[in-house]
Design a protein around this ligand. Structure first.
Ligand code: 4NP
Length: 185
C-alpha cells in the first residue's frame, strides 16, 4: 500500500489502474463475495487477471474473518466457483485503493455515500442494479440471508449477467481514460 493513499490512483501507472473493483453488501458473506467470485472467474476466463484487482467487503462487521455463508459457498461451488474470501468491513481507505465500489442494494449505496471522504470518492460508487439485465425485473441484488435455496440461486443468476455488463463498462472507461491520459470516472 503506498504511503500517500489519497494520491494512489492519480500517481499510479500500474496496468490495473481503472480496474480495481470492490463489491460491497451488508454482511460480506453472501452477495459481495459471490460477486467477487463471479467477476474473478470472468476475468480469469478472459486471461486478464493481471489487469484487475477484485475484492469485497461489508458495511456491517458481524462476520469479520469468516468465510462466506456455507449456503452461498455450496450454490457457488455447483457453478464451479470456490468462494475463499474472508469477511472484512468496508473502510474509508477503500476509497483510495479502489477505482469502483459496487453496492448490491440501495441501503449499501446510502451507507457507502455516507462513508465516502470526498465528492470524487462518491463518484466511484456504482449500484449493481444498473448492470442487471432489465428483463429480470430486478434493480438490485436481493439479500438471500433469510431466504431458501432459490434466493442464493437468484443472486448467482443476477450476478452472472450483471458482472459481465459491469466488466464491459469498466473496461471501456479504463481503456478510454488510458488513451486520454486521464482519470477513469
Ligand atoms: P449479505 O447477506 O449482505 O449478502 O452478506 C447478509 C449476511 C448476514 C447478515 C445480513 C445479510 N446478518 O444480518 O448477519
Amino acid at each position: 500500500m503506498p504511503t500517500n493513499e489519497k494520491n494512489h490512483i492519480e500517481t499510479d501507472n500500474s496496468p490495473r489502474r481503472g480496474r480495481r473493483v470492490l463489491f460491497v453488501c451488508l454482511g460480506n458473506i453472501c452477495r459481495s463475495p459471490a460477486a467477487e467470485g463471479v467477476m474473478r472467474a470472468l476475468i480469469d476466463q478472459n486471461g486478464e487477471s493481471a489487469l484487475w484487482e477484485i475484492d469485497s467487503a461489508g458495511t456491517g462487521g458481524w462476520h469479520v474473518g469468516q468465510l462466506p455463508d456455507q449456503r452461498m459457498r455450496l450454490h457457488a461451488r455447483r457453478r464451479g466457483l470456490e468462494l475463499t474470501h474472508h469477511c472484512r468491513q468496508v473502510r474509508e481507505a477503500d476509497f483510495s485503493r479502489f477505482d469502483w465500489i459496487v453496492g448490491m442494494d440501495s441501503q449499501n449505496i446510502a451507507d457507502l455515500r455516507a462513508l465516502a471522504p470526498t465528492p470524487a470518492d462518491e463518484r466511484k460508487i456504482l449500484p449493481m442494479g444498473r448492470f442487471l439485465d432489465p428483463q429480470t425485473g430486478y434493480d438490485h441484488v436481493p439479500d438471500p440471508y433469510y431466504e431458501g435455496s432459490e434466493g442464493f440461486e437468484l443472486v448467482l443468476d443476477l450476478l452472472r449477467d450483471g458482472c459481465a455488463r459491469l466488466r464491459r463498462f469498466i473496461e471501456t472507461k479504463a481503456s478510454t481514460a488510458a488513451a486520454e491520459g486521464c482519470d477513469a470516472r
